[in-house]
Design a protein around this ligand. Structure first.
Ligand code: TYM
Length: 341
């Protein structure tokens, strides 16, 4: 139904909350690039309003917003082909977010595992915004009537909640098909890139040690060092993925290799069947440096001209608003808000 009624439109976003990791690159940005020119309208966002659900230093937030925009562009997002902007410049996100706060149920929010992980034992002290975050994320997606949402596995539950919010709105206001049912697109070997020191934990920007993640701004030397020092086990690589069960660190490095080289993990394991780490890790380090260094070099060049980044974001925000505002206006009408000017 969604496909028949709505334009095929991709929306996704990343928080500018300090350092971008290889997880963000392989699980999100690289896949956003791959979806350009594939018969979708593509809308990519720097979700600065999501970032402030936890404290951000204002000067740092501006820097991280521009740096994330630079990362998108350096990785291959073309601002003429895709819409690239930061969330706070398009007020429809916040406005629809409020309406969705009134559609979503507290019980639904209570089931969000990411909130539980982030709040931990401190749930009484975290911001109300952190709790309501998935409702703003639903607004991000639905204010564009987006149909496809490429994300890493950790965001699946939030996209499912978005579908529930869309369905409840459509049902409560008797507007079948007004909001689409967006599909989470969670594909490829890098759905969940793991920590280099503990293969049972996700690679994240906030992990305690810098050695457990690759940052998109790391130098070639540091990328190679981190991968060579990544935790593994004494066994050589097997000739099939099943035999990597129970070896999370080994599986993670194979998946990273696969994602960086645009192959399946099956293809990588057959190429390296029987290889010792002394052979595989340097090959992986070379590949990673080869793919990531040009991106970090380009990011640094772009960051030398922040005014140009701001111009790109402003243009993107205008294009985004041109899609979002009519959808918001129609939503206001459906909800029963009087618009007399
Ligand atoms: P964020 O900023 O935490 O992460 C951005 C994207 O990177 C993916 N990702 C990973 N993928 C694979 N392995 C990893 N280790 C890894 N770490 C992060 C995330 O899955 C995500 O796709 N709530 C979102 C941002 C958001 C959003 C949206 C996304 C706000 N509104 C609307 C899609 C649509 C978040 O916090 O992502």
């Amino acid at each position: 139904m969604t496909e028949a009624v709505h334009t095929r439109r991709v929306f996704s976003g990343i928080k500018p909350s300090g350092g971008l990791t290889l997880g963000n690159y392989l699980g999100a940005i690289k896949r956003f690039v791959d979806m350009q020119g594939q018969g979708f309208e593509t809308v990519y966002c720097v979700v600065d309003m999501h970032a402030i659900t936890v404290w951000q230093d204002p000067t740092e937030l501006k820097h991280a917003t521009r740096e994330l925009a630079a990362a998108y562009i350096a990785s291959g997002i073309d601002p003429d082909q895709s819409i690239l902007f930061n969330q706070s410049q398009v007020s429809a996100h916040a406005e629809l977010g409020w309406i969705f706060n009134c559609v979503a149920r507290v019980g639904w929010m209570n089931r969000m595992t990411q909130f539980k992980d982030k709040a931990g034992s401190n749930a009484e002290q975290v911001s109300l915004g952190l709790y309501a975050y998935p409702s703003l994320m639903a607004a991000d997606i639905l204010t564009y009537h987006a149909t496809h949402v490429p994300v890493g596995e950790d965001q699946k539950q939030h996209v499912e909640l978005t579908r529930d919010i869309a369905a409840k709105f459509n049902h409560d206001f008797k507007v079948p098909d007004f909001f689409p049912q967006p599909e989470p697109i969670i594909e490829g070997p890098a759905k969940r890139v793991m920590n280099l020191r503990d293969g049972t934990k996700k690679m994240s920007k906030s992990g305690a040690s810098d050695m457990e993640r690759i940052n998109m701004t790391d130098s070639a030397e540091l990328i190679a060092k981190k991968l060579k020092k990544a935790k593994t086990d004494p066994e050589p690589l097997p000739d099939n993925l099943d035999d990597l069960k129970g070896r999370p660190e080994a599986r993670n490095l194979v998946d990273i290799y696969a994602a960086l080289s645009d192959q399946t993990s099956e293809a990588v394991i057959s190429e390296y069947a029987g290889a010792q780490w002394g052979r595989f890790k340097p090959a992986l380090a070379d590949l990673a440096v080869d793919k990531l260094s040009p991106i970090s070099t380009r990011m640094a060049e772009l960051m030398d001209d922040p005014a140009e980044i701001d111009r790109i974001l402003a243009k993107g925000a205008d294009k985004a608003a041109a899609i979002a505002e009519p959808i918001l206006a129609k939503t206001y009408d459906i909800v029963g808000f009087v618009r007399s000017r």
